[in-house]
Structures are given as C-alpha cells and as structure tokens.
Ligand binder design. Structure first.
Ligand code: NAD
Ligand code: UGA
Length: 449
C-alpha cells in the first residue's frame, strides 16, 4: 500500500517538526498538520521567526516544504477524510483531576482525536499513536473508533517519538531507532509495512524496529524512565560529593568511561525539566500500581522524588548562603527554558527554584533568550500559586528582562539553563550558583578565584 496523504493531528513540538521532516524526505506524500488551536496554525503559516516551536534547523526545513507538500490547516474534517494515514500527536499531560489525578496520563485529547477520526473518516485508515501513551491504549482507541463509525476498518499502530527538544531536527534526520508496533494480523502487518516504507526513505532499515503494539507503547515510557533515572542517579551523587570533597564532574567522567555505562546523560544538574520525563514516569508508576506491582512503582517513583529533592536543594543552598532570609536581596535567574536551544519552559527547574527564592523574600530578575516574556509571566501566574505561596504575587519584585544588562545590580546569579551565551558572562563580585553543575565546584565567586 502506497501512502499519498498523511494527516497529523496536533501541531506542537512533536507534530510540527516530525511532519516537516517526513514532508522533506517524502516529496511525493502530501502532509497536512491540523490543530484545534487556530492561533497555532496561523503561527505555523506565518513568518519563520514566529513559528510556535523554536528548534535549530527547523526554519530551513519549513522554508523548503511549506506549501510544497506540507500544509498547516484548520480543516480537521477534510484533512482526516483525505488521508490514508493519520498520526495522533496531541498532548498527554498528567491528569489534573479524577481517578489517577497527579499520576496517570490524561487521555482526553487522544480520545477526542479518535472521536474526530471516526466521525470524519469515509474510508479505511491507518491510525498512528505518535503521542506517548500508557501501555494498552491502542485497545481503548480501537473501541472508540469502532463505536463511532460504520463499516470502516481502522488499523492502529504505535510509533512513539524519541526526539529531544533542542536537537529535534538532527534527531529526526538520524534517529537511533524508529519503533513501530503493530498487530500480528495480515492487515496489521500491511499497515506496519506502509509506515516502514515511509521511514525507509531516509532511515537505514536496520534501525527500523518492528514489535507488537504493547511493547512499542511501553518501550517509550521505559526509555524516558531509564534516561531520567540516570540523571537522578548522578544528581543524588552530587549531594554526596558536596559532603565529601569528591567532584561530581570528575565522577561523571570516571563512571561514563566504562563502555558498559557510557558517557551520556550523566551531567549533574539542578534537576531535569521538560514536558515528558516527570509525566511519563508518574504514568509508569501509576501503571505499576494499577497492576499491583507496588515495589516496582516505588522504585520508579524515587526517580521523580530525587528530582524534586535536587531542585529544592539548589534553591535552599542560595537561601542558606544568605543566612536563611533573602529579604532585600536581588537574585538573577538566567534561563527559563527547561534546556538550551528550545523556547519550551514546561516543568522547567527555573519555575520552581525562582518560586522558592521569591518566597524566601528575594526580588527576582529573570532573563531567557528564547522564552517570550508573556510566557514567563504566564508560568509564574499558573505555577507559583500552586506551591507554598498563599499571598498574592507582588510583580514589583519580579522583573522579566529582554536584555542581559541587569546583572551588576544583583546579589547573586543562578544559572538554570545551559544557554551558550551564559558561559561567556564575566562578572565581578557576584555570587554565581551554577545549576548546570551543582556539585562542590558550583559555588564560586567570580573575581575571587
Ligand atoms: P504540544 O502541547 O506541544 O502539542 C500538542 C498539540 O495538540 C497542541 O497544539 C494542541 O492544541 C493540539 N491538540 C490537542 N488536542 C487536540 C485535538 N483533539 N484536535 C486537534 N488538536 C489537538 O505537545 P508535544 O510536546 O508536541 O507532545 C505531544 C505528545 O508527544 C505527548 O504525548 C508527548 O509526551 C510526546 N512527546 C513529546 C516530545 C517533546 O519533545 N515535546 C518528544 C517525544 C514525545
Ligand atoms: C527527552 C528524551 O531525551 C527524548 O528521547 C524523548 O523523546 C523526550 O524526552 C520526550 O519524550 O519528550 P527532552 O525532554 O526534550 O527529551 O530533553 P532532554 O535532552 O532529555 O533533557 C531533559 C532534561 O534533562 C533537561 O532539563 C536537561 O537539562 C536534563 N538533563 C539532561 C540533565 O540534567 N542531565 C543530563 O545529563 C541530560
């Protein structure tokens, strides 16, 4: 079966870049990305500097394929009907209320997608889970599709995405692996082949791994859990380094030189952020509890607990340095994005650290090169109130800066995102708390070394 039309539901950090790369590598396929948020579609169709997702290299790809064979559209119904293959790349955040709140993945967006696909499809479709989903979600999707349609065959595949923000385009060009899970029936295997043929346009065949649907769904959660576990492991050791005089960077290097361990994801930090690690591990914990695997659930939950501990520990270090009270102190927060080379601030450690410093009495000066000022303000309004704050926010004590020209008026500076430009900062008499490495060497006073 040759695919001529693809529809992707969800024009976010995954839907936008992945479909741009498919369109680039498969010029004969017409790819349409739809979203329930018309502003997002407008931005994808607007100037390259204002794309909703900032990713190195994305602008160049969009420039080449947009309106050639990649289209961003509000016509969800038409785009679904026209496509033989539909990717679901909608968000799957942690549930905020109801059963499993604070742990389980909220599947309301994926369920809405499935209902739309059933409603607008007039011919058979291959439906692909691109979003990260709990194991056995395909069963639920199939049920919704079959219940809401007539005489249409839907074949469901799992094809989780492994790109990391900030390197999305290069990850998509040269994926370590592409994972495709499908049913072992004849129609299931035909659908798997149709998707393999698409990726085979640029991914070597030996890197395209096919499995059953459940293995594919669970491999995605497990991969993120293993990555986050490495970060929590090294971060937990950074605390011990600080007590003993060992250097966490030297430790990482020594550990990572063992080829069985490897050097990646061993960088101590102020804690991982991003929209996925925490939510995916909490989801894994929930699944383990659901299947009454309490010990397994507790094992993985500890990865999230250490991450919270690390963020808290970093903020507390700054507070302790000033004797437990930050009243009258001005702290610069450098970096709001959860990592460098993205404009994404979801679950960024900066949100939590700055909230704790503010609550200890500090004035906060924030700067990030890519996260828009209104987004930073929105994060503060949405997330600081959830924490320990029980009074209204005093915005005269919070400045969101467009330029890096305020540092000399600050008492301390916390570097929370690894942006290149922060590495060049030269300051006199400012205490620098470097969240990129909170081991023993992180406390240094520039000008006094
Ligand atoms: P996102 O929030 O950036 O984008 C999701 C988009 O889906 C939004 O624009 C939203 O408006 C749209 N949407 C939601 N419901 C819809 C509906 N019913 N119809 C049409 N549009 C709808 O999310 P994201 O970061 O792209 O993540 C999407 C999924 O991919 C998640 O499951 C995530 O865990 C997974 N994932 C994300 C990354 C990443 O780096 N961000 C990497 C791998 C996997
Ligand atoms: C992560 C995974 O790396 C992707 O494979 C996965 O597809 C994605 O989650 C997802 O499912 O959303 P992402 O969160 O975009 O990607 O970025 P990472 O590079 O993994 O960084 C996550 C966080 O960990 C960042 O805050 C980063 O600063 C931190 N980190 C990373 C460390 O603290 N130490 C490290 O050694 C590496």
């Amino acid at each position: 079966m040759r695919i001529k039309n693809i529809c992707c539901i969800g024009a976010g950090y995954v839907g936008g870049p992945t479909m741009a790369v498919i369109a680039l590598k498969c010029p004969d396929i017409r790819v349409t990305v739809v979203d329930s948020n018309p502003d997002k579609i407008k931005a994808w169709n607007g100037p390259l500097e204002g794309l909703p997702v900032f990713e190195p290299g994305l602008g160049e790809v969009i420039k080449e394929v947009r309106n050639r064979n990649l289209f961003f559209s509000n016509n969800i119904d038409e785009s679904i009907d026209l496509a033989e293959m539909i990717f679901m790349a909608v968000n799957t955040p942690t549930k905020a209320k109801g059963e499993g709140a604070g742990m389980a993945a909220d599947l309301c967006y994926i369920e809405a997608c499935a209902r739309d696909i059933a409603k607008y499809s007039k011919s058979d479709k291959i439906v692909i889970e691109k979003s990260t989903l709990p194991v056995r979600t395909a069963e639920k999707i199939k049920e919704i599709l079959d219940k809401n349609s007539n005489n249409i065959h839907f074949e469901i595949l799992s094809n989780p995405e492994f790109l990391a923000e900030g390197t999305a385009i290069q990850d998509l060009f040269k994926s370590d692996r592409v994972l495709i899970g499908g049913d072992e029936t004849e129609s299931g295997q035909k659908a798997v082949k149709a998707l393999v043929d698409i990726y085979a346009n640029w991914i070597p065949k030996e890197k395209i791994l096919t499995t059953n649907v459940w293995s594919s769904e669970l491999s995605k959660l497990a991969s993120n859990a293993m990555l986050a576990q490495r970060i929590s492991s090294i971060n937990s050791l950074s605390a011990l380094c600080e007590k003993t005089g060992a250097d966490i960077d030297e430790l990482s290097k020594a550990i990572g030189m063992d080829h069985r361990i490897g050097p990646h994801f061993l960088k101590a930090s102020v804690g991982y952020g991003g929209s996925c690690f925490q939510k995916d591990i909490l989801n894994l914990v929930y699944l383990c509890k659901y299947y009454e695997l309490d010990e397994v659930a507790e094992y993985w939950h500890q990865v999230v607990k250490i991450n919270d501990y690390q963020k808290d520990r970093f903020a507390q270090k700054i507070i302790d340095h000033f004797g437990g009270d930050l009243t009258g102190k001005k702290i610069a927060i450098l970096g709001w994005a959860f990592k460098a080379n993205t404009n994404d601030s979801r679950e960024s450690a900066a949100i939590y650290v700055s909230e704790k410093l503010y609550n200890a009495g500090a004035s906060i000066e924030i700067y990030d090169p890519m996260v828009p000022q209104n987004k930073i303000k929105k994060d503060i309004n949405s997330f600081w109130n959830i924490g320990t704050l029980n009074h209204s926010l005093d915005f005269s004590k919070i400045s969101i800066n467009q330029k890096l020209n305020f540092l000399n008026s600050c008492d301390a500076l916390a570097i929370l995102t690894e942006w290149e430009k922060f590495k060049l900062i030269q300051l006199e008499k400012i205490k620098v708390f470097d969240g990129r490495n909170i081991g023993i060497n992180s406390f240094y006073q520039i000008g006094k070394q």
